[in-house]
Design a protein around this ligand. Structure first.
Ligand SMILES: [Zn+2]
Length: 301
């Protein structure tokens, strides 16, 4: 089957580009990174600014991005935000990394991604990560055998709540994510995002997505990277459209999770995502809810 970039959308690109104005890309992987990346922080900001977008959030699996976001903002005059993902590179479930990121203005704290025990079961789903994965890496779990959360989580949730940051589920399994969300609410975390629940290596059912929202998640973040050749088995765009339709755009964010060298630049990925969702049948208002209103709201813009 031809990859998504070998095909064309039925919806004119021009219509989608109009909808980019005021949109936020809540999830871009930029360089410098330990993995190959298409563009750096400053290029991502410049391209989004040129497209008329409102803001971007840069993510790394390896390092804090909040400090880099400040530099990109300074250079471009465009709102760039960052965060920290709690992989082993920053010490894993490490509250000091969270507090450090907060002091540098981080907006989002992702639970571990590439280093979760859950993700390592599916490591072949993303060849780029599989190739670079150290053989001795120990998968991070947040649940103990009895189903309760490991001790480190409490201090992390406290730091996220205190600094009014967004908690994201990263690459945790659905049962871990839902347990975390319940506990986060109790700890006073107000902003919670379920990270790409439709991705093959996370794989929430629609019922589990609803459960996550009922447990206190603010939004489900659906990413177009799931449909691209970056993953070993790209999903059809309907695999994102179906759960969004079942649950409602008011509970969803559309972001790209782009920056891979096998994909076009983030602005182009977002454009195609919008085209596909228009083609799927969502109204322009629904697209704006997911690309502009919801991400801007959770970022406090
Ligand atoms: Zn990502």
């Amino acid at each position: 089957m031809a990859g998504i970039w070998d095909t064309k959308s039925k919806v004119p690109e021009k219509r989608a580009r109009e909808l980019l104005k005021g949109a936020v890309d809540f999830h871009i992987h930029t360089g410098p990174d330990i993995y190959p990346r298409l563009i750096n922080d400053i290029e991502a900001a410049r391209q989004a600014k040129k497209a008329g977008m409102k803001a971007v959030l840069i993510k790394s699996h390896a390092t804090i991005t909040a400090d880099r976001a400040q530099i990109a903002r300074f250079v471009t005059g465009f709102p760039v935000f960052g965060g920290v993902a709690l992989n082993w590179h920053v010490g894993g479930l490490n509250k000091y990394a969270v507090e450090c990121a907060a002091r540098m203005g981080a907006k989002q704290v992702w639970m571990p991604t590439t280093h979760t025990a859950n993700y390592l079961k599916y490591v072949d789903h993303v060849p780029m990560f599989a190739k670079a994965m150290p053989k001795d890496v120990q998968g991070i779990r947040i649940l103990k055998g009895d189903g309760s959360l490991v001790a480190e989580i409490a201090s992390i949730l406290e730091a996220v709540a205190k600094n009014d940051m967004i908690l994201a589920t990263g690459h945790l399994a659905p049962d871990e994510g839902i347990t975390l969300i319940r506990e986060a609410k109790k700890a006073g975390v107000e902003k919670i995002v379920v990270t790409h629940p439709a991705a093959s290596f996370v794989n929430y059912s629609v019922d589990q997505m609803r459960e996550a929202l009922n447990a206190g998640a603010t939004y489900l973040e659906h990413v177009f990277n799931d449909c691209t050749p970056q993953v070993a088995a790209p999903l059809p765009p309907s695999a994102l459209g179906d759960p969004i339709k079942a649950i409602g755009p008011e509970y969803c964010i559309m972001s790209t999770d782009s920056g891979q060298v096998v994909n076009p630049p983030p602005v182009k990925v977002m454009t195609r995502y919008i085209q596909e969702m228009l083609d799927y049948g969502f109204s322009e208002k629904a697209i704006r809810t997911m690309t502009a209103k919801n991400p801007a709201r959770i970022l406090g813009l």
